[in-house]
Ligand binder design. Structure first.
Ligand code: F6R
Length: 242
């Protein structure tokens, strides 16, 4: 596991974007795992800048979102399908037909999860997975006690996650209670991982993930088991590392 500690959130976005750009430069048809939330926004902004500058192109790349809420329409501005379309597919110039998001509106969610997992395998697996981290140590929506062997499936969101994500919704009650998420096993299958975290509110989770025991109580500690995991944090998120 490689840890990069950088002065500012903007530095974090640029450095992590550099890791992804290197993968795509080497393999334009790379399969990229796409996180949503606040943490990767700087990555997507910096990648869009590189696209605009003609340094890199995503038109042949494939994308798989990390997760999706269950029970809100795809057109909802906070559905991850909407966010991926708005913040990733359009600015980076992905071919929309090559980008998938789990179907949180499916009538059979177990089947939708299995099909999503099969689609990742059929694409040859994920070359590089972008990750954020929850204040409770989750990655994707694999909440504490998730199995390290889990694959894409339905999960219940932890109360803390619903509280943290209430900022994206008009009222806390609107935050969905369930999601479809790639599993920890799915994430560990990716050939490379890049996790970003910014701000003091992530400092405990980063310290537990990086320096604590590998434990299902801290899902992000699973990254200690991966051969090609890069963690990029700003000084505030690194402030509780020893
Ligand atoms: C998002 C995801 C989550 C977030 C995490 C941090 O697709 O899977 O694990 O990365 O909840 O969210 P932010 O970045 O909003 O603090």
């Amino acid at each position: 596991m490689e840890i990069l500690i950088l002065p500012t959130p903007a530095d974090v976005g640029r450095a992590a974007a550099g890791v992804i750009a290197a993968v795509v430069a080497n393999r334009p048809e790379a399969v990229i795992g796409l996180a949503t939330g606040s943490s990767p926004q700087g990555i997507y902004r910096d990648l869009a800048r590189r696209v605009d500058a003609g340094e890199i192109a995503f038109e042949r790349a494939r994308g798989f979102a990390l997760d999706e809420y269950v029970g809100i329409p795809q057109e909802h501005p906070q559905s991850y399908a909407s966010i991926i379309a708005r913040d990733v597919v359009e600015p980076l110039g992905f071919d929309p037909s090559l980008v998938q998001v789990p179907d949180g509106r499916a009538s059979d969610l177990d089947l939708a999860a299995r099909q999503y997992q099969a689609a990742i395998l059929a694409a040859g697996g994920i070359d590089i997975q972008i990750l954020g981290i929850g204040t409770n140590g989750h990655i994707g929506f694999n909440e504490p006690t998730s199995s390290f062997a889990s694959r894409t499936r339905i999960k219940t969101l932890a109360l803390r996650t619903r509280e943290d994500n209430a900022r994206f919704f008009a009222t806390p009650d609107e935050v969905p209670t369930h999601c479809l998420t790639q599993g920890l096993g799915t994430i560990l299958d990716a050939r490379a991982l890049v996790l970003v975290a910014q701000g003091e509110q992530k400092a405990d989770a980063i310290a537990a993930a990086v320096e604590g025991p590998v434990s299902a109580f801290v899902p992000a500690s699973a990254l200690q088991l991966h051969e090609h995991a890069t963690i990029v944090v700003d000084e505030a998120a690194a402030s509780r590392l020893r």
